[in-house]
Every structure is written in C-alpha cells, then in structure tokens.
Design a protein around this ligand. Structure first.
Ligand SMILES: Cc1cc2nc3c(=O)[nH]c(=O)nc-3n(C[C@H](O)[C@H](O)[C@H](O)COP(=O)(O)OP(=O)(O)OC[C@H]3O[C@@H](n4cnc5c(N)ncnc54)[C@H](O)[C@@H]3O)c2cc1C
Length: 581
C-alpha cells in the first residue's frame, strides 16, 4: 500500500536554506514566524497528516462518495479526520487573525497543503477550496459578508465551493448562463445549473458557502456580463446562527477516474437566495481572485502527488529483489535504468518544491510588504510563475505517477499497492482550474506581453545574475543552464514578436514553451540548491549535488528541443481542414 511520510527535512531546507523564509519576519504581520515556529508548525502538521489523513487515502479511493436524495456521504473516516484537522486550527493558518485565522505566512499554509495533498489529495480539496472561497469574499465582499462568512470559512467550520462550470461553459466562462434576479430585499434569486462542483454537497461541515458566477438581467454578453454571488447552503440569521435551507442542492454526483474521496456535484439553483459580491458585471475579476489561488493550490496537488510517487518508488526499489546488478546486488534500486527513473523523479519533485514555495513566498511579499516596489516585483513573479507552477507540477504528477508504476512493474498496475491510484488522482489536476493548455496560453499570450515584457525579463535578470555569480567549480551546472537560458530568451523574443505575424504560432508552441521555461526555472532552482549545500558532505548534501548533476545532464538539454518545437510555427497543421485530420 502506498504510504506517505512528510518530507520535513527537505521542506525545512527549501524554506530556510534556499528561500530564506526568515526574511518574512521583517514584515510586521509575520514578526512571530521565526524559524523555530515554522519548524514547529511543519513537524506538528506532518504528524497529524501522517497519522490521521494519510491512512484514509486508499479506502477513500475504494469506497468513494455516495449520493442519495440530495445528500452525500463522504468516505468513512473523512468527517472525523476533517473535524480533528479543523479543530487543530490547521485550516486558517494564513487567514486574518481578526477573522479566525492565525496570521501566519501563506507559504506556510501551502507547505501544510503540500503535505495534505501527498497524504490524501482528494481530502485536500475540501480544505483548499474553502481557503480560496474565504479569500474571494475577503477581497471583494462587503463588511457584512466578511463578518457573516469569513470567520467560519477561516476556521473550517463551514466549507466553500467555486461554482463556475456549466455544460456549455467550461474553459469559456463567458458562456455562463446562470441568472441572478434582483429581489426587493437586496438579495438575488439564483437560477440555473452548475456541473462538476467540487464539495458541492457533503456533511463534513455545518454549512457550505457557494461562490457563484451568474448573470444579472440585461448584462452584456460574454465575460463582461458576469457577476459573483455568495449563496449559502443554509441561510445565516443575523445572530450568526443557521436558518432555513436555501434552494440549492446537489442533484447527482459524478463517477470519476480518480479523486474518489472528493465529491463532484451537479448543482441546481432553484431561485436560491444569494448576495452580490463586489460590483455588478465585475464577476470575472472577482472570480480570478479565487481562480488564481486555486491554480496555486492545484500546483501543490501536483507537487504532493510527485512526492508521493517518488518516495514510494524509492522505498519499493530499495526492497524489491529482482535480477543481479553489476555490483552484485539483487535489489532493483541498483539497476541503472531503475536508478535513472528514481533520479528523474527526485529532480522534478525537489526542484518543483522550490518553485512552489517560492511563488507562495512571493504572494506573501506581494500582499504584505511595506515597500510598494517590493510588492510590485513580487506580484510580477506571482503572475509569471502561476501558469508554470500549475501546469508543470500537475503534468509532472501524471508523469511521475507513471514512472512510479514503471518502477513497481506489474505490481504498480494492480490496485493492491495503491500506486495506480496516484495516476488516476493526478490527471484531473491537469484539467481543472484552467486546463494546462489554457495555462500555456496564459503564459505565452498574456504573461509574456504584460508591462512590455517586464515579467520574463525579471526571470532572465535573476538567473543571469545567479549564473554570473556562481563559482567556477559549478561549471557542470552553469554551462547547461546558460545554454538553456539563451534558448529560452530567443524563444521568448520569438513568441513576443509572433503576434505581428501569425497569432496561431504562439498558441501552437505554448505548451512546449511552458515546459522549456519550467525546466530552465528548475535549473535555476538546482543551482541555488547546490549553493545552499556548499561545503557540506553529509548524505543529504551529496544527494542534492548528484541530483543537480542529473538534472543538468538529463533534463536541462530538453529545453533546447522544447524551444525549437515552440518556434516551429503552426501554418502547416493549422492550414489543414478539421475534416482532413
Ligand atoms: C473532478 C472535477 C472537479 C471539478 N471541480 C470544479 C469546481 O469545483 N468548480 C467549477 O466551476 N468547475 C469544476 N470543474 C470543471 C473544470 O474546471 C472544467 O472541466 C475545465 O475548466 C475544462 O472545461 P471543459 O471540461 O468544459 O473542457 P473544454 O473547455 O471543452 O476543453 C476541452 C479541450 O479544449 C481545450 N481548449 C478549450 N478552449 C481553449 C482555448 N481557448 N484555447 C486553447 N485550448 C482550449 C482545453 O485545453 C481542453 O484540452 C471540475 C471538473 C472535474 C472533472
């Protein structure tokens, strides 16, 4: 059975030695987030997650969620584990203390999120979307809405959803048809159906707060006519107690490839009472607050699954006896092809962890730093890194799950070991919160052009400075990295200019470009990793240097091919008629 051990040593190494997380203590709000507190939170959370949440992963997959008469039963043990986690104060770690949160850095809440995802990714969805719903209401809700909903979301007493998707409105949210009809008391009657709504119905919390995209009467067509509404499952009385049941219910739940512990609902809003959040027709901007955070959350799901796949594959390979390696050992970990696979998995997971934590640290700086210039730079990084983090880490979740199955051989393909579950759970992460194709377009067609190309330039400046400042004895890494950076820069220029020629070109090359960018970024992360272990000669440091070398020799060269593919243009295949495909 797949097991999960939180990688606390690596987590703390990335936070302290690479990202210098103690810098955040200079921000008044985070003054208490000392390295000791950070370590305490990580170690304590790891314990609860390993003991209470991880053991539910396989059973949750096997039993799944059950629907009857509008009610949903989550898998056995979920309600109790959720309550324990919620009462432990783990849900609102980064939320405002005035609203029931702990006021700790966002990055720390995401570290805990990574561990929950590794332990039981389906379970994490109940928590992650609750957090994102909290932030969406905090960003654009009225004071009354914040008072009514945000405390309970921060403490996790209530959970949240994101209600966007309809049958005709998937990637194209502008096609949403759900209606919001103004009522005399200032509320709105929400009418319409939503599909694929994660955590739309369950009995894990006392109330469910739906954050809904709908259309006011006479609103303009497309995304400019969308507004956001908060729609509780149970109406909330003035004193905060729960009132009558609202006219929103789950009419069915989906059977899915994976994520069986997470319930996915078809929701009917039959004149449900809702309240406008923010201004009319600004729903897409409001929803993007939630979506951008959800994209970061989903990237962490990918990372958690990469870790789960990697540690199980390594543990299995250390014990599986098969054949005889050249050194005489009969363990498969000694076969070079198996070792190559494991190194690949480690290189992506550990390099990806730096990416994931860094975007989260930037979000803390962008939100809370006193200096406007620091906030602006941090926000640029968040914008640039979000599509890369989301798409690359979730694609990697699928890739590494497949590699773990390969390491297990046929034992990975059968259900007993729980390894094939990782692959089934991982695939959805490439699809929701904007498919990875949409992420690639966001990077190539939007982020590269924002502020006259300032975003990618920040990356090129940072990585070139790091290369120039690196010791000559790191030539084995800075050589391939500099080459990758040169290719990526040329391709970035090419994509930025491609809009003057054929706009299809950027779309056709976007996915390859994103992967090329991600691998270059991980090269930069591996450079900072080996610099952080310089002078050390313990197993941890030796493994870091060997993995960095593997990355430089086996993964960085892929950047060149990806960049060539990204620059190949689209004319040949786009000029074919769809019928001729
Ligand atoms: C298990 C699960 C949970 C979900 N949870 C939620 C939830 O909680 N809330 C919610 O609102 N939704 C949720 N969704 C919906 C999910 O976000 C959508 O399925 C997703 O956005 C894709 O939409 P679609 O399925 O309609 O695919 P489509 O939009 O039809 O896309 C099909 C393909 O076309 C590509 N494509 C589409 N448009 C473009 C374009 N403009 N440029 C390039 N390529 C394009 C896509 O990349 C994709 O490969 C969930 C879905 C599932 C399966």
């Amino acid at each position: 059975m797949a097991s999960y051990k939180a990688p606390t040593q690596d987590i703390l190494f990335v936070l302290n030695d690479i990202l210098k997380i103690d810098e955040l203590t200079a921000i008044e709000r985070f003054a208490d987030a000392s390295p000791d507190i950070v370590a305490g939170v990580v170690e304590e959370a790891a314990k609860v997650i390993e003991e209470e949440i991880a053991p539910l992963n396989h059973k949750g997959d096997e039993i799944g969620c059950k629907y009857a008469d509008g009610e949903v039963d989550v898998p056995p043990g979920y309600v109790e584990a959720y309550k324990l986690f919620q009462e432990g104060g783990w849900i609102g770690l980064a939320n405002e203390p005035d609203f029931g949160g702990q006021g700790l850095p966002f990055v720390l809440s995401k570290v805990v999120g990574e561990m929950v995802c590794g332990a039981n990714v389906a379970f994490e969805l109940y928590i992650g979307l609750t957090q994102d719903c909290y932030e969406a209401i905090m960003a654009n809700g009225s004071d009354e809405q914040k008072q009514t909903y945000c405390h309970k979301l921060a403490t996790g007493e209530w959970t949240g959803t994101m209600c966007m998707t309809e049958p005709q409105a998937g990637s194209d949210v502008g096609a949403v048809k759900a209606k919001a009809i103004p009522q005399e008391d200032g509320s709105y009657a929400i009418e319409g159906g939503k599909i694929f709504i994660t955590s739309g119905e369950h009995r894990m919390a006392d109330n469910i707060i739906h954050f809904v995209l709908a259309r006011l009467p006479d609103s303009p067509p497309g995304v400019k006519g969308l507004s956001t509404f908060v729609v509780p499952k149970y109406l909330v009385n003035e004193d905060g107690s729960l009132g009558e049941r609202n006219a929103v219910k789950a009419v069915s739940i989906e059977e899915k490839m994976g994520m069986h512990g997470s319930v996915t609902c078809t929701m009917a809003f039959d004149g449900a009472k809702g309240w406008l959040v923010g201004k009319p027709n600004q729903g897409i901007q409001n929803m993007f607050v939630m979506m951008n955070l959800a994209r970061i959350m989903v990237g962490f799901q990918g990372l958690g699954l990469c870790e789960l796949a990697t540690q199980n594959a390594i543990n299995y390979a250390r014990e599986r006896v098969q054949g005889k390696a050249y050194n005489g050992s009969n363990l498969i970990v000694e076969h070079p092809d198996v070792r190559r696979t494991l190194m690949h998995m480690k290189a992506i997971t550990e390099g990806g962890r730096v990416l994931a934590y860094e975007i989260s640290k930037y979000l803390d700086l962008a939100t809370h730093h006193a200096d406007e210039a620091v906030r602006e730079e941090a926000q640029d990084w968040v914008e640039l890194l979000t599509p890369i983090h989301k798409a690359f880490l979730t694609d990697s979740g699928v890739e590494l799950a497949s590699m773990a199955i390969q390491v297990y051989g046929g034992h990975g393909y059968i259900s007993e070991h729980g390894i094939e579950q990782i692959a089934r759970d991982a695939k959805i992460c490439c699809l929701y919160e904007g498919t990875n194709g949409i992420q690639a377009m966001d990077l190539a067609r939007r982020k590269l052009l924002m502020h006259n190309g300032r975003l990618p330039q920040r990356f090129f400046d940072a990585v070139n400075t790091a290369i120039e400042g690196a010791d000559a004895d790191l030539a084995w890494l800075i050589g391939p990295l500099a080459k990758a950076v040169g290719e990526l820069k040329a391709t970035t220029d090419w994509i930025q200019n491609s809009f003057n020629n054929d706009p299809n070109d950027a779309g056709a090359g976007a996915a390859d470009y994103l992967r090329g960018f991600a691998l270059t970024l991980l090269g930069y992360n591996w450079l900072r990793t080996v610099q952080a272990v310089a002078g050390r000669d313990d197993d941890f440091a030796r493994a870091k240097r060997a993995t960095a070398k593997f990355f430089a020799q086996r993964l960085l060269p892929e950047v060149q091919g990806r960049c060539e593919m990204a620059r190949a243009g689209s004319e040949d295949f786009m000029s074919l008629s769809a019928a001729a495909l």
